[in-house]
Ligand binder design. Structure first.
Ligand code: FAD
Length: 486
């Protein structure tokens, strides 16, 4: 599927010419910072799901904030449209161009700027890869307050631009709380420098919040200042099987109460997601993938092994006694711990097993969370579209998993190919269902291109109008990330 099936190129935007290229060469002063070969452009033009493909002819990789500013100022004057790109792991088609927009990649802005070992304040360029930031922090005894499956590729600036949630939001909270300051280039080239280190600062509007989750629509984030917690010294992982979604919720309530401050992740996966993961990973499931309808991964992290082990064992003993948990294992070493996490973290990859995946990342009241997966499967079955084995059916399976502790479900519809029939069965059905339960159509991935027409299911008219006013104020020429949600 290409974007351009759905929208037309806006002729207000200038088409790139040789004078523009010469200008960018003069700003960047380095041939390698400017990519024009078709082969080099491929990665930047296609999204992670291989669902959307753009047609950009130019990738710019500035090394400094000043270069970003000069580039953007020129693009604004010339009305050249620009897509900011981090690690290109976004899941809503927001990071790649729709037509011929210039791609501004932050990949060459990848330096740690400073770290304060007393407060845990990290300042870095936006293009630092999340895993590199975390490895740097590990050496200092600290941890990045966010972790997700794409950590090896996504950028610190990218996770801020999407306000990513991830696996440990339950423990460390949202980036709206942990980001202390930002540096960003506005669409007219102005450098907004707010790389503060303060936890408390009530002097007027908290402007940095505007950029957190803005998905590249009002500025290019070039620097991030973030508060990092001390790295826990002991991690435990328990992997459990339960018989109903009600039991999943009861185990969650118990975990919060009994594990309290050491609980750092509570993830759930349905049986079908584990069956796909088993096919994908090619190894035996730690419990038995097809036997139970739901599985839970609980992580604890703290500073005393004895204390944490005892708490976890007591909690699991109680849960088993109450008949909530059918089967379970606790990781005995680091390797087993990583292996157990793989059964959760590999589900997104496993969902692409048939060839493609429709992804819905939604917030719902906990009691309704799994109802969406059931409703979708019923609909697909009623239309004869789903079969895990039958290659002639377009849908392999619709599976559910996610950050249960945050009320966040990932509904993945694994398909053998992207098709209008499946898309029409899913949309707007999924969005209407979520809206009827007062949920959000995007818990953490954002709106990008995929959900641009559906914002009305989660925001009212006044909210949408205010978003447009902000966009209009900062980007009156609309050069930043056009054709997307705003
Ligand atoms: P990109 O994909 O390059 O860009 C994403 C958006 O941000 C685009 O709109 C882009 O224009 C904009 N952008 C990027 N960098 C900048 C910048 N410096 N300034 C301004 N705008 C910018 N998300 C979660 O929230 N939780 C998860 O658990 C999670 N798990 C994932 C697992 C996998 C395997 C994958 C592939 C993705 C997952 N994601 C998850 C999606 C998540 O949105 C991205 O991984 C990440 O937040 C995007 O970072 P990125 O650097 O790749 O940004």
């Amino acid at each position: 599927e290409t974007y351009s099936d759905k929208v037309k190129r806006d002729e207000r935007y200038k088409k790139l010419d040789n004078a523009d290229i010469e200008k960018f060469k003069a700003i960047l002063q380095d041939e390698n910072s400017l990519l024009q070969d078709a082969g080099d452009l491929e990665f930047f033009n296609e999204d992670w799901m291989r669902k959307y493909r753009g047609q950009s002819k130019l990738v710019l990789k500035p090394k400094t904030t000043e270069q970003v500013s000069e580039i953007i100022k020129y693009c604004n004057e010339q009305k050249l449209a620009v897509v900011p790109q981090g690690g290109n792991t976004g899941l809503v088609g927001g990071s790649i161009p729709v037509f011929d927009e210039i791609i501004l990649s932050l990949a060459s802005m990848n330096k740690i700027r400073s770290f304060d070992p007393v407060s845990g304040n990290l300042k870095c360029d936006a293009g630092v890869i999340l895993e590199n930031a975390d490895n740097f922090l590990a050496e200092k005894g600290y941890i990045f307050p966010l972790d997700l499956g794409a950590k090896g590729s996504c950028h610190v600036g990218g996770v801020v631009a999407t306000n990513a949630g991830g696996l440990r939001l339950l423990r460390y909270g949202s980036l709206h709380g942990s980001v202390l300051g930002l540096e960003a280039v506005l669409p007219d080239g102005t450098i907004y420098n707010s790389m503060h280190s303060l936890r408390k600062d009530n002097t007027g509007y908290d402007l940095k919040q505007l950029f957190i989750g803005s998905e590249g629509t009002i500025g290019i984030i070039t620097g991030v200042s973030i508060l990092c917690p001390a790295r826990p010294q002991v991690f435990n992982v328990a992997f459990l099987a339960v018989n109903s979604f009600e039991a999943v919720q009861k185990v969650f309530v118990g975990a919060r109460k009994e594990l309290s401050e050491i609980l750092s992740a509570f993830e759930f996966m349905d049986g079908n997601s584990q069956a796909l993961a088993e096919r994908h990973l090619g190894t035996d499931h730690p419990i038995e993938s097809g036997k139970y309808p739901f599985y839970i991964l609980i992580e604890t992290s703290g500073s005393s092994k004895e204390h944490d082990d005892e708490k976890l064992e007591t909690f699991l003993g109680n849960a088993m006694e109450e008949g909530l948990v059918e089967d379970g294992i606790i990781a005995q070493d680091e390797t087993q711990l990583k292996n157990l996490w793989a059964w959760r973290e590999q589900v997104p990859e496993a969902s692409t097993i048939g060839g493609g995946v429709y992804k819905y990342d939604v917030s719902l009241p906990l009691k309704d969370l799994y109802g969406l997966v059931e409703a979708v499967n019923e609909k697909l079955d009623a239309q004869g579209l789903r079969d895990p084995e039958d290659e002639s059916k377009p849908v392999v399976d619709a599976i559910g998993y996610g950050h249960l502790g945050d009320g966040n479900l990932h509904l993945n519809v694994a398909v053998r190919e992207y098709s209008k029939v499946v898309e029409n069965a899913l949309e707007p059905f999924v969005y209407e269902w979520i809206s009827s339960k007062k949920g959000s159509i995007s818990a953490e991935h954002g709106l990008g291109f995929q959900k641009k027409n559906y914002i009305g299911y989660s925001k009212n008219d006044t909210e949408v109008a205010m978003i447009k006013q902000i966009k209009q104020h900062y980007d009156p020429n609309g050069i930043l990330n056009p054709y997307k949600y705003v």
